[in-house]
Design a protein around this ligand. Structure first.
Ligand code: ATP
Length: 450
């Protein structure tokens, strides 16, 4: 298992993740995603959304505001826990009264400027509530789903069972943030609230546990590095009937990657009671109203991204030299194709490489790079997990070759094998390669010998 320092160092060196406010000495609990990191994390979120929303007919999406009516937090039980007025500072160990912290933030210069944009006492109350939520660390997305249950039901004409998916920022007052992006105070969650007929909840819960487990394997997590952990009865939240974590073998040991809980009908009933609006479902078959049970698979975008990175990290020895390679699943890789000219002083090679890169970019995220020798360029792309490199050489352009006669070399990241293909078939071959068919392509076109 790779140690975390290597991951942190690669992430900084190659533009994946930087420490927040680094030039000011850094902020330990916050991280910024760099140019490749943002592509990578967007891919994690996009694949989660595609697989859980677009590829299912029993799921819709939602993007609810974190700032909500104060009563929402009362109903959800968050405000009750907020009445504990003390909050501890993890760095200095001192305790502060939560309302004093709110005052301090409220009176800060930045916040006063912000206030000016939102005048009036009502706005002040809303912002104050948002700050309270932040301090309490419960900028929770699921509540937005529950309070929109009826809106979604009515507007989308959904029938049970169906789910609502959200991706969004969460804030938590973690006392011990750490282990890189594993535990931070600001992070992103990918959550589903799946509504089912009571009585079918246990079966649906199990289905979701199985589905979510397989999802991580589908995108490259090795079987031996992932497991399920059943919550003990005394660990369960008071409203939860059962909860199972998907755990990953992170460098610091087995830790939670995703939690999948059966939340029963608790949330909908609470919001019905506090809002006075019945959050029910009318079952056409039985002609009866019912309050659905909820299965909640809650994953972290940052934690998933970290697990994918850790699992993809490989060090190998190639011809006596160390090769670091991120064997990321193609769909997760931040850059899909790197187009590399073999001779950067040859104008025709450079021009052809740039032109083909621009063509490929219309379909896949491709980059052009001529800032080093080919060996170093390959190593760089291996380290960031680029599945394919396309090289352009003297034979590609020849003396007077027309584009139709151009031939390119495609190199596979994992096997380091190369095939030579014509310009006309470049895009269709890329289609095959993006579908994971390197072996088939190599068989048809023959492996190129160095
Ligand atoms: P933990 O036990 O690690 O504190 P949790 O059980 O409180 O997590 P949930 O409330 O179930 O977490 O949140 C769902 C998911 O959100 C977690 O499985 C994790 O992937 C992610 N997550 C939770 N807290 C953090 C955090 N502080 N930093 C990064 N990701 C987090």
């Amino acid at each position: 298992m790779v140690d975390m320092d290597k991951i942190v160092s690669l992430c900084k060196r190659r533009g994946f993740i930087f420490q927040s406010s680094e030039i000011y000495g850094g902020l330990g609990s916050a991280w910024d995603y760099g140019p490749l990191g943002v592509e990578f994390k967007n891919n994690v979120k996009r694949l989660w959304w595609r697989d859980n929303v677009h590829l299912r007919d029993d799921m819709v999406g939602l993007d609810a505001a974190i700032t909500m009516h104060p009563k929402v937090w009362e109903a959800s039980g968050h405000l009750a826990s907020f009445s504990d007025p003390f909050t501890g500072c993890a760095d200095c160990g001192r305790h502060y009264r939560a309302d004093q912290i709110i005052d301090a933030i409220w009176n800060s210069r930045w916040f006063r400027a912000f206030n000016k944009m939102l005048e009036g006492p009502a706005a002040k109350k809303d912002i104050q509530k948002a700050v309270e939520n932040w301090i309490q660390g419960e900028g929770k997305k699921p509540q937005g789903t529950f309070v929109n249950f009826d809106n979604v039901l009515q507007s989308m004409r959904k029938k049970l069972p169906f789910g609502i998916a959200q991706i969004g920022k969460s804030f938590r007052n973690e006392i011990t943030p750490g282990n890189f992006t594993f535990r931070t105070r600001e992070f992103e969650q990918m959550e589903i609230e799946f509504f089912v007929v009571p009585g079918t909840d246990e079966e649906w819960h199990q289905r979701w546990i199985d589905e979510r487990f397989v999802w991580y394997e589908k995108y490259g997590i090795r079987k031996e590095n992932i497991r399920l952990r059943e919550h003990e009865k005394d660990e369960l939240a008071h409203y939860a009937k059962r909860c199972v974590d998907i755990e990953y073998l992170f460098p610091m040991g087995w830790s939670e990657l995703e939690g999948i809980a059966n939340r029963t009908d608790y949330d909908l009933k609470q919001h019905s009671q506090y809002s006075g609006k019945a959050l029910e479902y009318f079952d056409e078959e039985t002609k009866q109203k019912l309050v659905p049970y909820v299965i909640e698979p809650a994953a972290g975008a940052d934690r998933s991204a970290l697990a994918f990175l850790v699992d993809a990290y490989h060090e190998e020895e190639v011809r006596g030299e160390k090769r670091v390679v991120l064997k990321l699943h193609r769909d997760l890789a931040p850059v899909k194709i790197a187009v590399l000219p073999l001779l950067k002083k040859n104008d025709r090679i450079v021009e052809t490489a740039k032109k083909r890169c621009a063509d490929l970019r219309k379909r896949w995220y491709a980059v052009y790079d001529d800032t080093a020798s080919i060996g170093r360029l390959y190593r760089r792309q291996d380290e960031v997990g680029t599945p394919f490199c396309v090289t352009v050489d003297v034979q590609t352009v020849g003396d007077d070759k027309s584009p139709a006669d151009e031939k390119f070399t495609i190199r596979d990241r994992d096997t380091m094998e190369q095939v030579r293909v014509s310009m006309a078939s470049l895009e269709s071959i890329m289609d095959e390669l993006m579908a994971g068919k390197w072996a088939e392509v190599a068989q048809v076109h023959g492996i190129k010998k160095d």
